[in-house]
Design a protein around this ligand. Structure first.
Ligand code: CO
Length: 151
């Protein structure tokens, strides 16, 4: 089911999200809905608080594939890249954000199994942007040259 994407100004986007502790049907439904919502919105990533659920779960849809990261934690971050970002919760804007060029994260899948991944370039940018959402941070907090953009 496609869920409504919460827009900036709603306090749920500013909360530090709780860890996922139950890997149950409710989590699967949330993740299925996030996937449908993200693909329908043609976005690169969506975090659970963007659909109003304050838990540490993100979905990322990039060239490398579709990823669900539950309770993600950075192992390391390397390098720097500055580039444009937008956000499904900040409609009609874009801005330039400095991010690491390569990151390694530990995470769980929807069954609770533990994995790690290394992301580079745009994928790394998407991972950082989405993990920021779990701590109540929006890209506009970090961006320069915030401007009007097509959605
Ligand atoms: Co966003």
């Amino acid at each position: 089911m496609i869920r409504k994407i919460i827009q900036v100004g709603d306090p749920v986007l500013r909360k530090k999200c709780d860890p996922v502790t139950r890997f149950d049907q409710e989590l699967c439904t949330l993740l299925d809905d996030m996937k449908e919502t993200l693909i329908a919105a043609d976005g690169a990533g969506l975090a659970a608080p963007q659909v109003g659920v304050s838990v540490r779960a993100v979905a990322i849809n990039v060239e490398e594939g579709y990823f669900e990261l539950i309770n993600p934690i950075f192992v390391w971050q390397k390098g720097e890249q500055r580039g444009p970002e937008g956000c499904l919760s900040v409609r009609g804007k874009a801005g330039d954000v400095l991010r690491p060029s390569k990151v390694k994260v530990l995470f769980q899948d929807r069954k609770g199994d533990r994995y790690s991944l290394v992301a580079r370039d745009f994928f790394a940018r998407a991972v950082c942007h989405e993990i920021d959402h779990l701590d109540g941070i929006l890209y506009t907090d970090k961006a320069t040259n915030i401007r009007a953009a097509e959605d």
